[in-house]
Design a protein around this ligand. Structure first.
Ligand SMILES: NC(=O)c1ccc[n+]([C@@H]2O[C@H](COP(=O)([O-])OP(=O)(O)OC[C@H]3O[C@@H](n4cnc5c(N)ncnc54)[C@H](OP(=O)(O)O)[C@@H]3O)[C@@H](O)[C@H]2O)c1
Length: 265
């Protein structure tokens, strides 16, 4: 397993779910952390716990990443006033979904989702990688997409399309940086037990849907292992690997109808 003790990782969306699990795992392995999300108390409680339990340095930067200029503000704060704060690992995890027919969801909420899931994530990649490549630094970037990236998903239309963007851009970036000391990976989780469903308005149906969910801890662990092995695309769990393989090899209309049916309560 890659030795990451003493490296410094920035995790977005660290106040719950998969991001919180990433923070816990990185701290367990001795990495110092910069944690960001909007809910300040949650970030501070997590930071206090991790500093005490694992003797790592943890900073918190409470911020709405969908606000104008937020990615630049975040990286400037993480790097510190003199710009000397190193970031070795960036986990671009913050994101949310919106469940429902495209025209019934408000445009404003979908625009905010695109701003966070697509634009802020892309800007963070740019702000992080440009100086790292110029200085020939060894850094790792993990972008969180979704199995929704592999087919159109009616009732999650804009969310799934945004995650397809994240996957495509991450894989292209990974190819662009081949031969440098930069690693870019993309994690494509399937259904994972987090606050995602409550936030998206997607109610889960019977016990089958509930049982198919992965834990946030397993998802983050598979993501980190894949990142440090240099895997370009990481799909956690056999069920998700099989379903995404089938989606990629089926006509889009069939794959889309199946995906819509699978997530219907
Ligand atoms: N759970 C799943 O089934 C699933 C499946 C595929 C992909 N994913 C992806 O996994 C990632 C993590 O989601 P999760 O499942 O862990 O859900 P979650 O528990 O709802 O966590 C989402 C995180 O994003 C942060 N966030 C949301 N809006 C933000 C904003 N405007 N500015 C800054 N931070 C913001 C939230 O913090 P605050 O609310 O405190 O700001 C929270 O920390 C997302 O990109 C999601 O699309 C999840």
């Amino acid at each position: 397993m890659k030795e990451i003790k003493g490296l410094r990782a920035l995790v977005t969306g660290a106040s719950s779910g998969i991001g919180e699990a990433f923070a816990r795992l990185l701290a367990t392995r001795g990495a110092d952390l910069v944690l960001t999300a909007r809910r300040q108390e949650r970030l501070e409680a997590l930071a206090a716990e991790l500093m005490e339990t694992h003797e790592v340095a943890v900073e918190t930067i409470p911020l709405d990443l969908a606000a104008p200029g937020a990615p630049a503000k975040l990286l400037a704060a993480a790097r510190g006033e003199d710009g000397a704060g190193r970031i070795d690992i960036l986990i671009n995890n913050a994101g949310f979904g919106l469940y429902g027919p495209f025209t019934e969801l408000s445009w404003q909420s979908q625009a905010e989702m695109n701003q966070l899931n697509i634009t802020a994530l892309s800007e963070l990649c740019h702000l992080f990688l440009r100086p790292a490549l110029a200085a020939d630094e060894r850094v790792w970037l993990l972008n969180v997409s979704s199995v929704g990236a592999f087919q159109p998903v009616p009732t999650l239309a804009a969310y799934a399309a945004g995650k397809a963007y994240v996957l495509s851009m991450s894989e292209a970036l990974s190819l662009e940086v081949a031969g440098t000391k930069v690693t870019v990976s993309c994690l494509c989780p399937g259904g994972t037990r987090t606050e995602f469903f409550k936030r998206s308005g997607q109610t889960l149906g019977g016990s089958l849907q509930q049982r198919a969910l992965m834990s946030a801890e397993s998802c983050a662990a598979i993501g980190l292992a894949g990142l440090f092995r240099g895997k370009r695309r990481i799909v956690p769990g056999a069920l998700n690997r099989v379903s995404s393989f089938m989606a990629r090899h089926s006509p889009a209309n069939l794959a889309g109808r199946v995906a819509e049916r699978v997530i219907r309560p």
